[in-house]
Write a protein that binds this ligand. Structure first.
Ligand SMILES: Nc1ncnc2c1ncn2[C@@H]1O[C@H](COP(=O)(O)OP(=O)(O)O)[C@@H](O)[C@H]1O
Ligand SMILES: [Mg+2]
Length: 348
């Protein structure tokens, strides 16, 4: 029989599939985001004492930082039920009705990607959030009448990668608004040690730190790097992960020392190679890279900005010296770049 090819990282399943296996179930298992966890502990304790449902909460931040994790931990802590849906799945108010009528006192409704909720659904939700009722219009035209449906006191948890796209009436109806930040390498290493244990994979601390610094500050990415490294260790070694295995596996997955992956580097290469380091608008980058604007702004850019590989100005994105040195490219002299009129060769 032909030898099985080594599993390629891109061939591994949707990373979200690993999420549920490795996701913390209790607040005490959540690593990092200390300030957020502390505030949630206060609210949990208060609401249990006062016998009130949790206040409506909004979590925002780039993908993979723990928005869904918080939303699934909270009902466990409160001992209540959770229903999950998402903005794009709710195309009209009627889509929301089954969720609302299923609510129990104190239970949680989680709406992922809440910035993609259509306007009509959003307006339908306002009275549900404020007064625990919805107004349903029956019939049309002259015969239309509105009935008011009373709901159980529930908690709405919204998650978004784009809190800026939320309308202010919706945003204001959330009593808590938590922004999730990128994780430190030490926090990611801790998550990796715990998750390797859950997967029965021996790992050295050095190896966990190596994977951690190369995970873009993101637990979901750390988990998929772990997944890949674990497969690599099983295929090419005895199944345990040490520093050498981690380094070889990550190099093969084309993850560089800074933790950037192929897509990040392509972004920087386009910005520097095609647009001379910027400033360039996101639409132009998106068109050249043939990727949706959302993918650039929600998934690629936040980490590059935070690590200062790029900066954002009113005139567009600009590559920093750090980006040039990462790609091993010479940075053009400043005076030439800033003085637009003299730096452009004349066409005539
Ligand atoms: N604070 C954390 N502590 C431990 N693991 C985490 C934490 N945040 C996220 N994770 C891990 O990362 C995965 C992705 O997180 P998730 O909550 O799905 O991100 P988001 O919803 O923000 O995209 C989770 O399944 C979990 O394994
Ligand atoms: Mg999520």
């Amino acid at each position: 029989m032909a030898r099985q090819p080594i599993l390629q990282p891109d061939a591994s399943k949707d990373p979200k599939e690993h999420d549920s296996a490795l996701r913390p179930r209790w607040l005490r298992e959540v690593i990092g985001q200390k300030a957020v966890v502390q505030r949630l502990q206060i609210v949990l304790k208060a609401c249990k004492k006062l016998k009130e449902p949790l206040s409506h909460m909004l979590f925002d931040g780039p993908p993979g930082l723990g928005k869904t994790t918080f939303a699934t931990v909270l009902p466990n802590e409160m001992g209540t039920a959770l229903q999950l849906t998402s903005g794009p799945a709710l195309t009209k108010p009627a889509d929301l009705l089954p969720f609302l009528t299923n609510l129990e006192e104190g239970s949680i409704l989680f709406i992922d990607e809440i910035h993609r909720l259509p306007r009509t659904v959003e307006e339908f939700i306002y009275p549900a959030m404020e007064d625990f009722r919805v107004d349903i219009v029956l019939g049309e035209g002259m015969n239309a009448r509105t009935i008011s449906l009373k709901l159980k006191r529930f908690t709405l948890i919204g998650a978004t990668t784009r809190s800026g796209m939320l309308s202010s009436p919706l945003r204001d109806r959330f009593k808590m608004h938590e922004h999730l930040e990128f994780y430190s390498p030490a926090e990611l290493a801790e998550i990796l040690m715990i998750n390797a244990k859950k997967l029965n994979t021996p790992i050295t601390e050095e190896a966990a730190q190596e994977i951690a610094i190369r995970s873009r500050g993101t637990p979901r990415i750390a988990n998929s790097r772990l997944w890949w490294t674990r497969h690599f260790a099983a295929s090419e070694g005895d199944g345990s992960i040490d520093l050498a295995i981690a380094k070889t596996a990550l190099a093969m997955a084309e993850v560089d020392r800074a933790g950037l992956d192929k897509q990040d580097r392509r972004y920087l290469e386009t910005l520097i190679g095609v647009f001379a380091g910027g400033p360039v608008g996101i639409e132009a980058l998106s068109a050249t890279m043939n990727l949706p604007v959302d993918t650039l702004s929600d998934e690629i850019e936040p980490y590059l900005l935070r690590e200062q590989f790029t900066i954002r100005t009113p005139r567009g994105r600009i590559a920093t010296s750090k980006a040039y040195s990462l790609l091993g490219k010479e940075e053009p002299a400043k005076e030439l770049k800033d003085d637009d009129t003299t730096s452009q060769p004349s066409l005539f």
